[in-house]
Design a protein around this ligand. Structure first.
Ligand SMILES: Nc1ncnc2c1ncn2[C@@H]1O[C@H](COP(=O)(O)OP(=O)(O)OP(=O)(O)O)[C@@H](O)[C@H]1O
Length: 257
């Protein structure tokens, strides 16, 4: 059986569902000098689902996320994106396919239109105003924002512009690193609703690093818990309720961050 043919068995309360992986890690390790940051991680992020990735600070979550779009390569092991080994996908294709949004995604001084059109301009292409408006509407911002200076937008609106920028690439995987941790509660809810809509309506696969366990339970279909460079627990969101492993249980009870 090839990796691609493997499926994730997800035990829900009443049924067993089969999920196809969007991204699969096979014994992935990552070392910097003598420090092992990821230790033989094997597991998958299911396609068309939201996976929340939680764990104490320094667990290796961001390092792992950066492997999903080729910003980092494993020291050993293999990463498969939609069934293809990472090294068989061109970097440009990979960045398009898997868009990343960070806690403070860079927005440059200039209009929202300038920010949206920059990636295309770098490829020598034009972004039509119609397409820009359409994308803005998809993230819940109307046409009037096109000419607004991005720096004057609220944190939540800036995050929406960053998400819109990845949608212009027609990414089918969204990699989110703490995208709501700097937002006020109402912007946080708006961004959560947007991500849920993109997942439900456009079937975008989402991998979401969050320090907020309640958010992970609220938003995820599937969860990964990492501690000290290892994947220690995975499964549907009930994996975030309880663990037989004492160190995971301590993390879930908030006893170490
Ligand atoms: N290039 C590097 N050189 C040395 N150490 C690194 C490097 N990149 C990451 N690390 C270390 O690897 C560990 C994991 O880092 P990573 O940012 O992936 O953790 P994280 O789980 O995302 O943490 P946080 O939740 O605090 O963002 C940390 O101890 C970090 O200091």
């Amino acid at each position: 059986m090839t990796i691609w043919e493997k499926v994730i068995r997800l035990k829900s309360e009443t049924t067993t569902r089969l999920y196809e992986p969007a991204i699969h890690f096979q014994k992935v390790s990552y070392k910097v000098k003598d420090t092992e940051i990821l230790k033989e991680v094997t597991g998958s992020f299911p396609k068309h689902r939201i996976t929340t990735l939680v764990g104490p600070s320094g667990a290796g979550k961001t390092t792992l996320l950066k492997m999903c779009n080729g910003l980092l390569s494993p020291t050993s092991g293999e990463v498969y994106v939609e069934g293809l080994p990472l090294q068989d996908i061109s970097p440009i294709q990979l960045r398009r396919q898997a868009g990343m949004v960070l806690q403070n995604s860079p927005v440059m001084d200039g209009s929202v239109y300038d920010n949206l059109s920059l990636p295309l301009r770098l490829q020598g292409k034009e972004l039509s105003e119609e397409k820009a408006t359409d994308i803005l509407n998809q993230v819940g911002l109307d046409r009037k924002y096109l000419r607004r200076n991005s720096r004057n937008l609220s944190g939540g609106q800036q995050q929406k512009v960053s998400i819109a920028r990845t949608l212009l690439n027609e990414s089918n995987i969204l990699l989110l690193d703490e995208i709501t941790s700097a937002l006020d509660p109402s912007s946080l809810r708006e961004v959560e609703e947007l991500i849920r809509k993109l997942n439900e309506v456009h079937q975008i696969t989402v991998v979401w690093i969050t320090h907020n366990l309640e958010q992970a339970k609220r938003m995820g279909h599937y969860a990964w818990i990492m501690i000290d460079g290892q994947l220690v627990q995975t499964g549907n969101t009930s994996a975030l309720q309880h663990s037989d492993d004492p160190s995971v249980e301590r993390f879930l009870r908030g006893e170490f961050k």
